[in-house]
Design a protein around this ligand. Structure first.
Ligand code: UD1
Length: 514
């Protein structure tokens, strides 16, 4: 542990300065261009053919963060290099001093973190994604210090970091969050600075960057170091909620802590299992991944490894829903059906036929048209919950499908508290949906063509893809702005849909259209 600490340049603990270059209110040119891009879809359409599924976004982000633990190079295959989230994570690693080589065509990334000499990643990149926050775990574990910005990501509700903070404290870290206000390109003043654990749970609810009526933005940094000055130590921590990100961050931290760590009520998502495999292949001792309890024996060094990023279950699920909403027959591969069993069960209830047609490549065939055209799919109820429950990331595109099914359906979002932003946009297409709190009542239609085209705005990643799916079956032209959100999690979505026969075009909109 002591030898690894020498990689980090000594930092003045808890000194806070915001460099002018990292101002969040000055959009970069890339952001402006993405904002100006639109998707124009002419429907209704039917799809046919095969779609290749990219590597998992969420696994990639976490595995890239985990390379910070490893003293040798790590080779990652099947990384979705086209996603803006992946690019942001690579920038975060580069800003710390990691050397990255990648082969875009083969989707391979070689990461060497030997030269990492900073523990404060680029704040601007951190703000773009939620997954950037994961680096706090490996930085603390390997270098004993970390100074990270509060995470960005989709605005789908309060997304506190209290579980990360409390969990890291249980492993011997001293953690403080400093909040400050930004006006224009000026840092106004630090607003709150708390290290008190009791207050933290409430205070942490303010962690997301928000702008209020005054035009001020609230932001903050998390400053952490090992309390004993030597490194993290094993400990026990019970997560109040099985947070995926907190589980992954604490797993990484515990892998290099001194002693044994027990984490309970942890997330059971497949991405947690992918991370455990990576850590164990790198020399760590992580037991219990996939159950609700993890036991981790810390090692003083991890060597790194070669790994394959599994297919993105959310992208796979989205294409299954695309097939269902367009009443089409498509095949997708590679896919792990057991990761999508909740969705498969629901689609079968609706009347879709889903066939596993090749064991080796795990192809899944979705068909809502067995022999003759069957326009009418039945509605069903959905309640999102942590894995193995119905994935919250598939709730918005599932709601798009339900607007075209018969009967009424209840959609209950139980993971995030503001994840129904797509409802208003779907209503512009003619969908009949009533919202009460985190529950939506979707009144189905007799035929899929009951929706009509309109001008829409994607406000977040999965909500954005729901609009694309609805646009595929809406009569006439649907134009969607804000599609930069979609590029965070779907590689070449428009090209993949075009290949299946959709009439979908990407263009730069005139300012007046935005
Ligand atoms: C990850 C995924 C995201 C997915 C989500 C739930 C990544 C990069 N993103 O996000 O696509 O939608 O899992 O499957 O992997 N919470 C707290 N305190 C914390 C942490 C979380 O209260 O310290 C709450 C959140 O506010 C939320 C719930 O836990 O209500 C679930 O969040 P979490 O599982 O942490 O999601 P992420 O890891 O952010």
């Amino acid at each position: 542990m002591a030898t690894s600490l020498c990689y980090a340049k000594p930092l003045k603990p808890f000194s806070l300065r915001l460099p002018q270059t990292q101002n969040p209110q000055i959009p970069t040119q890339t952001t402006q261009i993405r904002e100006a891009e639109t998707l124009t879809i002419t429907g209704p359409t039917q799809l046919s053919g095969h779609v290749p599924i990219s590597g998992s976004k969420n696994s990639s982000l976490c595995l890239l963060a985990a390379t910070l633990l490893c003293s040798n190079s790590c080779l990652l295959h099947n990384v979705p290099t086209g996603l803006s989230d992946t690019k942001a994570m690579l920038s975060i690693l580069r800003s710390l001093g990691a050397k990255i080589e990648f082969n875009e065509r083969n989707k391979e990334i070689l990461v060497n973190t030997d030269g990492v000499g900073r523990v404060e990643p680029c704040l601007e990149e951190m703000r773009k994604i939620r997954g950037g926050f994961f680096v706090i775990g490996p930085l603390l574990a390997r270098f004993g210090e970390a100074v990270v910005g509060l995470p960005g990501g989709c605005d789908i509700g309060e997304r506190p970091v209290d579980l990360y903070v409390r969990g890291l404290r249980a492993l011997g870290a001293a953690v403080e969050i400093s909040y400050f206000l930004i006006c224009g390109n000026r840092l106004c003043k630090p607003t709150i600075s708390h290290s008190n654990t009791e207050k933290m749970a409430g205070i942490a609810n303010f962690c997301i960057i928000t702008s209020d009526d005054t035009g001020l933005q609230r932001d903050g940094r998390v400053l952490a170091h090992s309390a004993n000055g030597k490194g993290l130590v094993g400990g026990s921590f019970h997560l109040d909620f099985p947070s995926v990100g907190a589980t992954e961050t604490l797993m990484m931290a515990a892998s290099m802590a001194d002693g044994v760590t027990v984490l309970s009520n942890v997330a059971k998502e497949p991405e947690v299992i992918d991370l455990a495999r990576f850590l164990n292949d790198s020399g760590a001792c992580v037991y219990g991944a996939g159950s609700d309890k993890l036991l981790i024996k810390g090692k003083c060094q991890l060597r790194g490894c070669e790994c394959y990023v599994p297919p993105d279950r959310i992208e796979a699920g989205t294409f299954m829903l695309a097939a269902a909403i367009t009443r089409s027959l498509i095949s997708i591969s590679p896919v792990t059906p057991s990761h999508l069993s909740c969705l498969i069960d629901k689609l079968k209830i609706a009347g879709c036929k889903i066939t596993r047609c090749n064991n080796d490549t795990l192809e899944v065939r979705v068909s809502a048209i067995p022999e003759n055209v069957c326009e009418n799919l039945r509605g069903f109820n959905v309640r999102t919950s942590p894995f193995p429950g119905f994935p919250t990331d598939l709730q918005p595109p599932t709601m798009a499908l339900l607007t075209t099914c018969s009967g009424s359906s209840i959609v209950e979002e139980s993971v995030f508290d503001r994840r129904l932003g797509h409802v208003r946009e779907l209503q512009k297409l003619g969908a009949k949906i009533q919202v009460c709190g985190s529950t939506a009542l979707v009144f189905g239609r007799e035929t899929r063509s009951a929706l009509h085209g309109s001008q829409l705005r994607a406000a977040d990643l999965r909500g954005g893809v729901a609009l694309v799916l609805a646009g595929l079956v809406a009569e006439g032209t649907t134009q969607i702005s804000g599609i930069g959100h979609i590029g965070r999690g779907y590689e070449n979505l428009d090209t993949k849909l075009q290949f299946l026969g959709a009439d979908i075009k990407r263009s730069i909109a005139m300012a007046s259209q935005l």
